[in-house]
Write a protein that binds this ligand. Structure first.
Ligand code: PAF
Length: 281
């Protein structure tokens, strides 16, 4: 496994893959890897000849007062995990290489970036779009793998790739969960013991709502109310949103007559967790 830490070195390594006729599957990450990331790596391994993982805590997607400084980082540990997964290249650039000067280019996702997580994280998805576009240009992957846990991000990246004509296939892999249902996230390490015990309420509320829809409930307001009630009953949980929306527009349908996304964001102290489930119709 090679660790490349500059854009120039990444381009050089990419040329070697190209000359050898190897297709590249990229897994973009912000590091501090867990089993969820490793499942994306395994999926990438199935699809690409050469598996690249980027490890970059992207300052552009953190707002003022968010957890950029305290976001957990451990490249040595990440590299050991990735080597054991048979990854070919880790691209871990410093911020000065990715952003040598303040960026004047902004990516906007009109009508989609202000919904769900974007409502309380203004500019977040612009920052994600910018770094993902840069990674696609640097690594030129045939396939890029993202997690379903970040459902809104996955939707926006699909749109980014399609509308800016990046020749990349976007793969979305299922959420990996702890035994009690909590979705794996690098931010779970911030939870106190009591918060960690309370956190599976996200998944429980989503499953209950999923089952209600699967059993015929077709009023999205009823479904949202049910999720809200369950989450608000947990004293340590502070609900940000619990919604039932269409997959493409992230808007609440007047009735549930097609596949919907049930999604929630909840704060436990200063830790913000998200999760979602799809209900197929
Ligand atoms: O999902 C993440 O970890 C990040 O948003 C991503 C896609 C790596 C961009 O920084």
């Amino acid at each position: 496994m090679e660790i490349v830490s500059t854009i120039a070195a990444a381009r050089e390594r990419r040329s070697a893959d190209r000359e050898a006729g190897r297709s590249v599957a990229l897994v973009p990450t912000m590091g501090y890897l867990h089993e969820g990331h490793l499942s994306l790596v395994r999926r990438a391994r199935e699809i690409g000849d050469s598996v690249w993982v980027s490890v970059f805590v992207n300052p552009a997607q953190f707002g003022p007062g968010e957890d950029l400084e305290r976001y957990p980082r451990d490249l040595e540990r990440d590299a050991a995990l990735l080597e054991a997964e048979g990854v070919d290249v880790v691209f871990a650039p410093p911020a000065e290489d990715m952003y040598p000067r303040p960026s004047v280019v902004t990516i906007r996702f009109s009508g989609l970036e202000d919904r769900l997580c974007g409502a309380t994280r203004p500019g977040h998805f612009s920052g994600v779009g910018l770094v993902v576009a840069k990674l696609f240009n640097i690594v030129d992957p045939a396939v890029a793998v993202f997690g379903q846990k970040d459902a809104q991000q996955a939707l926006l990246i699909r749109r980014l790739a399609a509308e800016l004509d990046f020749p990349v296939q976007i793969e979305v892999s299922p959420t990996v969960r702890e035994a009690d249902g909590l979705a794996m996230s690098s931010r779970n390490v911030y939870l106190s013991a009591a918060e960690r015990q309370a956190a599976p309420v996200l998944h429980r509320a989503l499953v209950a709502a999923h089952d209600a829809v699967a059993e015929g409930e077709n009023d999205p307001l009823v479904v949202e109310g049910q999720m809200r009630e369950m989450i608000e009953a947990e004293p340590l949980a502070s609900l940000e949103y619990a919604v039932c929306v269409g997959l493409e527009d992230l808007e609440r349908p007047s009735r549930i007559d097609r596949t919907v996304l049930l999604a929630t964001a909840v704060r436990f102290g200063s830790t913000r967790l998200i999760d979602n489930l799809l209900v197929e119709r």
